[in-house]
Design a protein around this ligand. Structure first.
Ligand code: SF4
Ligand code: SF4
Length: 284
């Protein structure tokens, strides 16, 4: 039986899914309910952990502290090397979750802080948080009232209106800049220009500390010229931007690939250091 009822278009990301009544979006997190695209994964947590800030990764934001890190399900990209595909590439019928309203999440964060004052706030991470951006917004507003910090770990592939709404609420962000090649982003179902726009917007937000991660995948984005262009562009935004150059390990559709040679990661980090003063290697 075909769906009836009004179609609706989602404005959250460049996919602009046009959804029939009851249909899930490509990210599996949003659904057309009665002609309105709703955030169906709102408050549905699949992963909850207290992680060191360094694990996000954030290298220059409250080192030694921890964050209550939460994720749901769903993502608007489908990177073949996804490390979190068990939660990013599934929908509501494929995985269990537990409900946590923003008030409940903030309450949990306050309990964690009472037990350990190094716990300074909440990180939205693991799957892609921006496909459920309303939850990030509502939690962040409440967290601010309690002097908790808000951290966003994201692929950055969301519409400028979403980023504009969240930017003033985010204290620190780590955004993937997976490559400087539009073709690479097409492989992942994403859009380089949108990600660049997100990074530029957050770099210009005075209250947001920005770090960027580039995962080096052998044969896909491991050329010196690409890293030179990527880091040069970041340096043009701000010399304070922190860049993580990280090592790929075989995963999901790339389980048969070899890990990135450690020397490649160090070589590309050195290339980035020609432009930027805050460059770190990861997973080496
Ligand atoms: S957020 Fe999800 S539903 Fe909305 S346009 Fe992007 S992929 Fe489609
Ligand atoms: S954007 Fe991140 S979570 Fe989404 S598929 Fe790619 S690696 Fe996985």
């Amino acid at each position: 039986m075909s769906a009836v009822g009004p179609k609706a278009t989602c404005a959250t990301c460049p996919h602009a899914c046009s959804l029939a009544e009851g249909q899930l979006g490509l990210c599996r997190a949003r659904r057309n309910v009665g002609g309105v695209v709703t955030c169906e994964n709102y408050g549905r947590l699949t992963s909850v952990a207290v992680d060191p800030v360094e694990k996000k990764p954030l290298a220059e934001f409250h080192p030694g502290c921890t964050l209550l890190s939460v994720g749901s399900y769903g993502c608007n990209l489908c990177c073949p090397f996804c490390q979190n595909y068990e939660i990013s590439q599934v929908g509501p019928d494929d995985i269990g979750w537990r409900e946590a309203s923003p008030a409940k999440l903030v309450e949990l964060a306050l309990r964690c802080r009472a037990e350990d004052p190094r716990m300074i706030g909440i990180a939205h991470t693991y799957n892609e948080p921006l496909v459920g951006w309303e939850y990030v917004r509502d939690c962040s507003l409440l967290a601010r009232e309690k002097d908790l910090v808000n951290v966003l770990v994201s692929n950055g592939c969301a519409s400028p209106a979403v980023i504009d709404e969240l930017a003033p609420l985010i204290d620190a962000a780590n955004i993937d800049l997976k490559s400087f090649s539009p073709a690479f982003y097409q492989t992942c179902g994403g859009d380089l220009e949108t990600v660049r726009s997100t990074i530029a917007r957050l770099a210009g937000e005075p209250s947001c500390h920005l770090e960027v991660t580039t995962l080096i995948v052998p044969g896909m984005n491991d050329g010196d010229d690409e890293m030179r262009a990527l880091s040069g562009w970041l340096a043009g935004l701000s010399l304070d931007v922190v860049l993580h150059v990280t090592r790929f390990f075989p995963r999901w559709k790339m389980s048969d690939a070899r890990p990135t040679p450690v020397e490649t990661v160090h070589r590309l980090a050195d290339v980035a250091r020609e432009e930027l003063s805050h460059v770190y290697v990861g997973n080496c």
